[in-house]
Design a protein around this ligand. Structure first.
Ligand SMILES: C[S@@+](CC[C@H](N)C(=O)[O-])C[C@H]1O[C@@H](n2cnc3c(N)ncnc32)[C@H](O)[C@@H]1O
Length: 185
């Protein structure tokens, strides 16, 4: 799993943005602010090999719809193999900035939680801006949450242009260790 991930990083360093998949400790931290009891729709950006995806599927209610978006074809095929048969899980080969289009296909008009593995530190600025602006419009006002991880806090200013940061946590057991930021609109 780790060498496969590294191979994709070598092919697409800026969009993959990490040399190894996240740890299960980071995955647990990414979902800790999700209220699975009161949640109709969750989306995930940049699922990679599905470490956060697995954790969401383990906790989500059967009726909760889960839209999983990955732009890398190799990772998409792995995700599809692992999760496409899971109930109410929609694995999409596409771009996070087009979430609204995928929502229509899945028959949903708003999203409670978006978790993101996107490498905002290495993505082009215009792409980050488009994704964040669109995310802000899509998540439910005040109750919706956008949750992402970052290896440093250099990009906090970028997130503050779009969201209020309501929780910052840190996971040491990850390579490299990572901050988890939870935001509301
Ligand atoms: C840092 S990796 C995180 C992978 C996984 N979530 C994890 O934590 O192990 C970033 C992922 O985002 C994907 N990605 C980058 N830009 C994307 C975009 N615009 N839309 C969807 N996925 C994207 C990459 O292909 C890669 O799988």
């Amino acid at each position: 799993m780790k060498t496969e991930f590294l191979a994709e990083y070598i092919r697409h360093p800026k969009t993959v943005g990490a040399v190894a998949p996240s740890s299960k400790y980071l995955a647990k931290n990414m979902i800790k602010n999700i209220d699975f009891e009161h949640c109709s729709v969750i989306a995930e950006y940049g699922a990679g090999m599905g470490i956060f995806t697995e954790e969401v599927i383990r906790h989500k209610k059967r009726d909760t719809k889960f839209i999983v978006i990955e732009r890398n074809e190799h990772f998409y095929k792995i995700l599809r193999r692992k999760f496409a048969k899971c109930h109410n899980v929609f694995v999409i080969h596409g771009n996070a900035q087009n979430l609204r289009k995928y929502m229509k296909k899945c028959g949903v008009d708003s999203v409670d939680y978006i978790i993101s593995g996107l490498p905002f530190a290495s993505l082009p600025h215009d792409i980050s801006d488009k994704v964040l602006a669109e995310t802000r419009k899509i998540i439910k006002e005040s109750s919706g949450k956008f949750i992402t991880f970052q290896y440093t806090l250099f990009k906090v200013g970028l997130f503050r242009r779009f969201f209020d940061i309501v929780d910052t946590d840190f996971t040491l057991k990850n390579i490299p260790p990572a901050f988890v930021l939870t935001m509301t609109s």
